[in-house]
Ligand binder design. Structure first.
Ligand code: PLP
Length: 259
């Protein structure tokens, strides 16, 4: 893809009223990395850093309007999905992605870092068959990879096995985030049609429950980087460096340039 002057990402995700995760994290990340974020809100959450208290789902027809208008009005170079909340929302969003030709990055949000459920129980299979199937990249953490593949995911070999299953089911590539393990060294695994690549980085801010939204930031940083013309490996490295910067206390990272 030739590099656009201004890259646009459409994020289809939920609002985190505490401002740490969700669409708030997506917008911040995409702008920090030099892009523009268009948004389609799927749900509003009332939450603090410690718990999700309430969820208000946006009527699916209105979610569809937001997406249709964004796609009709501007050139969207990448779409990123986050919290999709329910089967109803997934069934409304899925068909809109069928004809989309840019990069689709799917963060399969299921459970908030604080433990609140963000995807209804019966929605997992719809997420697989209607959304993940079309993804250029899906970015589960280890528990999400386990839920999506029905097997435990604890080691790098487990991650490889789970990534193969997700790719067999249609995802073009998979980035499994190792952050939910306990080792001081985190290993993220990128699986593409060319094979496996691992990214190692030190664990930071493990005890910091105030800081959630790293999954949202990572997927958004990859989306904007792909939109700006980076390949998947370079986009993943840049995104990991961005999140590491935020965890290290620097959320004004503007010096990591695409390319
Ligand atoms: N989306 C919303 C709206 C959320 O509230 C959360 C977590 O609280 C997430 C996504 C996932 O956040 P994380 O990146 O911490 O997994």
């Amino acid at each position: 893809m030739t590099r656009p002057e201004q890259a646009y990402v459409l994020t289809i995700a939920g609002s985190d009223s505490s401002g740490g995760a969700g669409i708030q994290a997506d917008i911040k990340t995409i702008h920090a990395l030099g892009g523009h974020a268009a948004t389609a809100l799927t749900a509003l959450t009332a939450q603090s850093a410690k718990a999700v208290y309430d969820i208000f789902e946006v009527p699916p027809a209105f979610i569809v309007r937001q997406i249709e208008i964004a796609l009709a009005d501007m050139t969207i170079h990448a779409i990123k999905t986050g919290m999709l909340a329910s089967r109803r929302v997934i069934e409304a969003v899925g068909p809109l992605l069928d004809d989309y030709t840019g990069a689709l990055i799917v963060d399969p949000v299921m459970v908030a870092t604080s433990g609140g459920q963000l995807l209804e129980n019966d929605a997992c299979s719809a997420l697989q068959s209607l959304i993940i199937r079309q993804a250029n990249l899906v970015t589960p953490n280890m528990p999400e990879a386990a839920l999506l593949t029905n097997r435990s995911v604890e080691t790098v070999d487990d991650m490889k096995f789970a990534a193969d299953i997700l790719m067999r089911d249609g995802a073009k590539s998979v980035l499994i985030k190792g952050g939910h393990g306990t080792d001081p060294l985190i290993i993220d695994l990128l699986a593409t049609e060319n094979g496996f690549e691992t990214f190692e980085h030190p664990r930071l801010a493990k005890e910091n429950i105030e800081l959630h939204g790293t999954g949202c930031m990572l997927a958004s940083a990859i989306a904007i980087s792909l939109a700006q013309g980076l390949d998947l490996s370079a986009a993943s490295k840049r995104a990991i460096a961005y999140v590491q910067g935020v965890l290290g206390g620097n959320d004004k990272v503007t010096d990591i340039k695409a390319g």
